[in-house]
Ligand binder design. Structure first.
Ligand code: NAD
Length: 273
């Protein structure tokens, strides 16, 4: 069930579920648009707004159950077991929800001991039912291994939210997660627009009659990741969601294969102790 999110893309304000709407009837497609994945965080200080939006949406669409929405939020810092549980309670209160679908540890910062304590807290929250799935974000392979080597598979993270796009591959993390059946959810999948003008991106976009943003997202999907692009503009949200009725050929994918430059668009803490 956790892997259902592989087929979902999150948009910051208006969230749309994108399970390949081709091969759906109009009514099915319309309904699927109302499924949602919302990624927020204690750190973003907008959980209240997200919760308000979700409740308003559910009130306006009484035929849509809460279970059709996928809400995830993140623990800001690793500061011990009790602190993690306290932070979660606050997030849940801010969101005004009874449960969240996914709770992530925002980063590995805090050191091995604090990470261990946070993970224990997340396991207990999952056990309590207030969190349906748990995962991590910005975890490098050694952070992931700290969890996976001494625990059974059911206690591993469901996802690792990392920045991955053609210019930032994080191949070691992608490989580790692939080998362990852990989904890569990709933040910054558009490289924040920093490489929209790259000649190879432009060439493929022109050839396919698609936008550079769509090339980034389609690449991400074909790599097996779950991108969460951000846009508050309706036209861009629609554009970013129109990536399921066409594909990049093997040749196109190969053409984009060696563009990695380890481009950091925000931060990279995957190597910290
Ligand atoms: P992104 O790669 O999604 O780029 C977003 C920017 O691209 C937007 O601000 C917008 O200006 C532009 N854009 C979007 N669609 C476009 C289009 N079709 N055409 C042209 N421009 C377009 O980068 P991001 O915002 O850093 O990442 C997305 C989400 O990932 C965030 O909203 C957040 O939820 C999450 N995130 C997580 C972490 C983390 O540490 N876990 C860090 C950064 C972001």
């Amino acid at each position: 069930a956790d892997l259902n999110i592989a087929s979902r893309i999150k948009f910051k304000k208006v969230d749309i579920f994108l399970k390949g709407v081709y091969e759906m009837t109009e009514a099915e497609a319309e309904r699927s648009v109302f499924n949602a994945l919302e990624d927020t965080a204690e750190w973003y200080e907008n959980e209240r707004g997200v919760g308000k939006g979700v409740r308003r949406f559910l009130t306006a669409h009484p035929d849509i159950p809460r279970s059709d929405l996928f809400i995830e939020t993140k623990l800001k810092t690793n500061r011990g077991y009790e602190q993690a549980k306290k932070s979660f309670s606050k997030s849940l209160r801010n969101l005004g929800l009874e449960y969240v679908d996914m709770y992530l540890i925002h980063s590995p910062l805090g050191g091995p001991q604090m990470r261990e304590e946070s993970w224990k807290a997340l396991l207990d929250l999952k056990e309590s039912g207030t969190v349906r799935s748990i995962g991590v974000s910005n975890y490098g392979t050694h952070h992931m291994a700290q969890i996976t080597t001494k625990r059974p598979q059911e206690e591993w993270p469901s996802i690792n939210q990392v920045d991955v796009h053609p210019f930032m591959r994080h191949q070691d993390i992608v490989d580790f997660c692939g080998e362990h059946g852990i989904l890569i959810q990709t933040w910054g999948p558009l490289a924040r627009g920093m490489r929209f003008n790259h000649p190879r991106i432009k060439e493929i976009a022109d050839k396919k009659g698609k936008s550079p943003a769509q090339i980034f997202l389609r690449w991400n999907i074909q790599k097996g990741h779950a991108p969460i692009p951000k846009s508050v503009r309706k036209d861009r949200i629609i554009e970013n969601s129109s990536i399921f009725d066409w594909e990049l050929s093997d040749e196109d994918m190969n053409y984009l294969e060696d563009l990695n430059e380890d481009l950091v668009t925000d931060w990279d803490v995957t190597m910290v102790d």
